[in-house]
Design a protein around this ligand. Structure first.
Ligand SMILES: C[S@@+](CC[C@H](N)C(=O)[O-])C[C@H]1O[C@@H](n2cnc3c(N)ncnc32)[C@H](O)[C@@H]1O
Length: 404
């Protein structure tokens, strides 16, 4: 039986075949010509293109090995232990307790992927892609967490007809109605587990928001789906004039309370436990933020959240929505767009949310009543894209009568 999931509206669904279709069909015929591959490799003008495409296809095939090399390095703590302290094979054998011959294969693979680098005297140090892994605990935690997703996807076709039955659905208690939020075998509450992961992985998203939007005009921010409060804590340091409200499920805000107290923020932040499925959002903030929340939920719930945000804001109030959004709407096959494949499958394994295009989310914001809906340009859209909407100060046309 198939899951009742929302469909993405695909552009270009007109009944007639267009000039673009004919061009694409012609290109496909050229690509399929048996002599093209040899000819284009022999031609210096086209060789780079064929090499690049072959490389990309090879990378797609090898992607699983790449991610397992990464996971092995994380599990062996290589990034942290080699940071500013290169070590040779003998020393790494001592630390990892692996045989030199197999460890060397792992190290050379990591060098090939740019995670490690060979240094003098036979030592290995961090490569350019390894440095962030040594510095940001959240990346290592996400790599470990992805292992759950890859286990669910081991048979990808089977996964497509059974996506909600795996470890990922079980990991996220709120994204799947059948999953009870009981402690797992290790006695760790599921709310604690995902809230810690979210706090650890939110740093890059927070940086994108803080470096792209001016908070000076606001006075009070309500963060909906606030988690343990990492965004609120960092924004509190960034904009000391702001006060905050946090809305999330009760067990999550219980964790946040401790966290805020430890950071000395209890006075500036009020906590509002509840569910946006059942409860209205609290009033009093002139900016509502939704960070990595909408994509977890089906369209009907997102519409409900946006409507509740609109109702809770004063006229002139602002909604800021930030999360990973689809990047392939204009050019599939690009490096940016390939990120979408990860999020499509992650969100499918998680529950009934989905990756949306900025346009889809902006349309939903308009439908809830927001005006001046715009995209906020940010430097690193892979972490999140940012949308803004206002609750207009203009009165509806027929409201003028009641004002006088
Ligand atoms: C993916 S996490 C994002 C947390 C945080 N904003 C971040 O970016 O790290 C989604 C958050 O929405 C909260 N949430 C999920 N369902 C909710 C509901 N029905 N009512 C209120 N909060 C909910 C979760 O508890 C979680 O903290």
């Amino acid at each position: 039986m198939f899951q009742p999931l929302d469909l993405t509206a695909i552009a270009g669904q007109s009944a007639k075949s267009t000039f673009k279709d004919q061009w694409q069909a012609q290109l496909e015929r050229w690509y399929a010509h048996p002599g093209l591959y040899r000819w284009s490799l022999g031609n210096p003008l086209t060789r780079w293109l064929t090499r690049r495409r072959t490389r990309k296809l090879f990378d797609l095939m090898a992607g699983f090995v790449h991610s397992q090399v990464l996971l092995a390095c994380v599990r062996l703590d290589l990034f942290r232990s080699l940071h500013q302290a290169p070590a040779d094979l003998t020393e790494l054998v001592r630390r990892t307790k692996l045989a030199p011959s197999v460890l060397q294969r792992l190290l050379l693979s990591a060098v090939a992927l740019g995670l490690l680098e060979q240094r003098s005297l036979g030592r290995f140090g961090l490569g350019p892609l390894g440095v962030p892994l040594a510095q940001h605990e959240g990346i290592a935690q996400m790599i470990e967490h992805n292992h759950l997703l890859y286990q669910d996807m081991q048979d990808p076709v089977q996964f497509l007809s059974n996506a909600w039955q795996g470890g990922m659905a079980d990991y996220w208690p709120y994204a799947h109605a059948n999953t009870a939020a009981l402690p797992d075998a290790n006695g760790v509450n599921k709310f604690t587990r995902y809230s810690e992961l979210m706090a650890a992985s939110q740093g890059f998203v927070v940086q994108e928001i803080l470096s792209s939007y001016f908070f000076s005009e606001h006075r009070c921010v309500l963060d909906v789906g606030a988690g343990r409060g990492r965004f609120v804590s960092e924004l509190a340091a960034h904009a000391p004039h702001l006060n905050f409200m946090m809305f999330d499920l009760p067990p999550v805000l219980a964790l946040a309370r401790e966290n805020l107290r430890a950071k000395g923020l209890s006075e500036r932040v009020s906590l509002h436990p509840g569910s946006f499925l059942d409860d209205p959002l609290p009033r009093g903030a002139d900016l509502i933020t939704l960070v990595r929340v909408a994509h977890d939920h089906p369209d009907a719930v997102v519409r409900q959240i946006l409507q509740k945000a609109y109702d809770a804001l004063p006229v002139g109030g602002t909604l800021l929505l930030a999360e990973p959004m689809a990047q392939s709407e204009h050019q599939g096959g690009s490096d940016e767009a390939s990120v979408d494949a990860y999020f499509h499958f992650y969100l499918l394994a998680m529950g009934d949310g989905r990756l949306r295009t900025p346009q889809e989310l902006m349309d939903m914001m308009r439908a809830a009543g927001f005006t001046h809906v715009e995209r906020v340009p940010n430097a690193m859209p892979i972490h999140a894209q940012i949308l803004l909407g206002r609750k207009s100060k203009c009165l509806p046309l027929n409201a003028g009568k009641s004002v006088n």
